[in-house]
Design a protein around this ligand. Structure first.
Ligand SMILES: *Cc1c(COP(=O)(O)O)cnc(C)c1O
Length: 501
């Protein structure tokens, strides 16, 4: 609800029963909050309260302060939706005012919202997935491998405009295989974007290699060319260049490839492009994921298209992708008796899931349009809130806006971010902080890190104030309204609290 709608729910003790009835009618939330002169909540008022007053022969002009005393049920500001629902159920009510430590209502929870959760990024099936899956059943191709796997690989490679693809069981498995294809061995170092999901860099550890983390730049939130340069200078001094550089394209947007690729090329180090979050994005007209020696996509449930779980490697050359497929099927040599000369993995995608993928690929472009529309809706609705700084989309980039993200400008960003997230969560709206960068993760506390500038850790700053909003391509206008209204109200409240008294 908007700030005005919330204000309309708050009435004074001198409000008459007739006025209260009219206000209940006009606001249509089934509840009013009667405030004391000092702003504290005196009681709530429902249709039932007014009906009981009428039965007691109270007149229309009776002030609501004359109704029998009632100590209102309320929720503290830190409580989550589970606590709210428990209280609503226990007392068989449908709304619950949220009060600050002084007892002043700052928010109200409606049962209706709690049963209609808005997700960060939920799967969105198209029209054709079922047909592909049914085909897999009809032809008894339930086993891993099969015609849909081949079809999905071919169609995805064609869609992004690259030679070859290999479908595997997850994006993480794809990155693991890509590192092996690029020759990463125990003791090697691998450079990797610092601001990312851990799936980008866990495979470095699987290979027994050492990650070195490279900060973000403010313009793209992706790998900083300046930090990459300094990391290479350091590596040269150490006498050990990295085996490869993992460049991550975050939240649907490519990194600045024209600045990053020449740095890697100058040192003769190949690039693994983690495009798990950027399938469908373009950089200077070319598909994200096709810039590195190997590119990787993910079809995890929250990605822009999904197979419920899956991943894909892409490369220009057939030989690499043949090798990826071999490593993904237990590195089986072409012999009837299962000959093995090297270690392999069970990483192939199943034919059933590839069928889902083929259907999803057909709606990818539509999903990009829908996600960009979600971003535009938020950007328009919050245009007058200067503290909200959207993830930039420089010219020449076309982000998918897989997730709509912003940072909160100003001091105490992390504390304000957390209050904002708690407020949204109370209304069963799933928003999240921006990824916690890897140099701040206990798992990687010993890994070297190169900041954007010597005293400027960009990714840590993005994490502190960064928020990802619900961004699914299947969000309805009503849901988007619900999010923007709660967001505006929560932001206003948080900024109010900071204003000098
Ligand atoms: C999702 C994701 C991965 C891992 O993909 P899975 O399919 O979940 O294994 C890797 N990197 C990034 C940046 C991701 O967002």
């Amino acid at each position: 609800m908007t700030a005005d709608e919330f204000a309309a729910l708050c009435v004074k003790p001198e409000t008459t029963l007739r006025q209260a009835l009219a206000a209940l009618d006009a606001t249509a939330r089934g509840v009013l909050m009667v405030l004391q002169p000092d702003g504290r909540l005196r009681r709530t008022l429902t249709d039932g309260d007014l009906r009981r007053a009428a039965l007691d022969h109270a007149s229309d002009t009776t002030p609501v302060s004359r109704l029998p005393e009632q100590s209102p049920l309320t929720l503290g500001q830190d409580a989550g939706p589970a606590a709210a629902l428990a209280l609503l159920d226990k007392h068989q009510i449908d709304h619950l005012p949220v009060v600050d430590p002084d007892g002043r209502p700052v928010d109200i929870i409606l049962r209706r919202e709690l049963t209609q959760r808005i997700w960060l990024s939920s799967p969105h099936l198209g029209a054709e997935e079922t047909a592909f899956v049914e085909d897999a059943f009809k032809t008894n191709w339930i086993a891993p491998l099969g015609p849909h796997v081949d079809g999905f690989e071919r169609e995805l490679a064609a869609h992004v405009g690259i030679g070859h693809a290999a479908a595997v069981s997850s994006g993480t498995a794809a990155i693991h295989l890509a590192l092996l294809l690029l020759g990463v061995k125990p003791g090697d170092t691998v450079f990797c974007s610092a601001l990312t999901f851990v799936g980008s860099c866990n495979p470095i550890l699987y290979c027994g290699a050492r990650p070195v983390f490279i900060d973000s730049e403010p313009q793209t939130w992706n790998m900083s060319p300046a930090a990459l340069e300094r990391a290479f200078e350091w590596a040269k001094l150490e006498g050990r260049l990295p085996r490869c550089v993992i460049i991550v394209n975050l939240y649907g947007q490519s990194a600045d490839m024209d600045a990053l690729l020449p740095v890697c090329a100058r040192h003769g180090v190949p690039v693994l492009e983690d495009a798990a979050e950027s399938l469908g994005a373009l950089y200077k007209g070319r598909a994200s994921g096709t810039f590195g020696a190997i590119g990787v996509y993910s079809f995890n449930g929250n990605k822009i298209i999904t197979t419920s779980g899956g991943g894909m490697l892409v490369a220009a050359g057939k030989a690499e992708m043949d090798r990826a497929r071999k490593l993904a099927t237990q590195a089986r040599e072409p012999a009837a008796h299962y000959e093995h000369v090297e270690v392999g993995f069970n990483y192939r995608m199943s034919n059933v899931l590839a069928g889902i993928g083929r259907g999803q690929l057909r709606v990818l472009d539509e999903r990009v349009t829908q996600r960009r529309r979600v971003f535009d809706t938020y950007a328009r609705a919050l245009a007058d809130m200067p503290q909200v700084q959207w993830m930039p989309e420089p010219s020449g980039y076309r982000s998918t806006r897989w997730l709509t993200c912003f940072t909160l400008a100003g001091d105490h960003a992390q504390e304000r971010r957390d209050r904002l997230l708690r407020s949204l969560e109370r209304h069963s709206i799933e928003a999240r902080p921006v990824w916690k960068p890897m140099q701040l993760q206990p798992l990687f506390e010993d890994a070297p890190f190169f900041a954007h500038a010597p005293d400027h850790d960009v990714s840590a700053g993005l994490f502190e104030g960064g928020v990802c909003l619900p961004s699914g391509s299947n969000l309805t206008d009503t849901q988007l309204d619900r999010v923007t209204e709660e967001l505006r109200r929560a932001l206003a409240r948080i900024e109010d609290a900071r204003a000098p008294a």
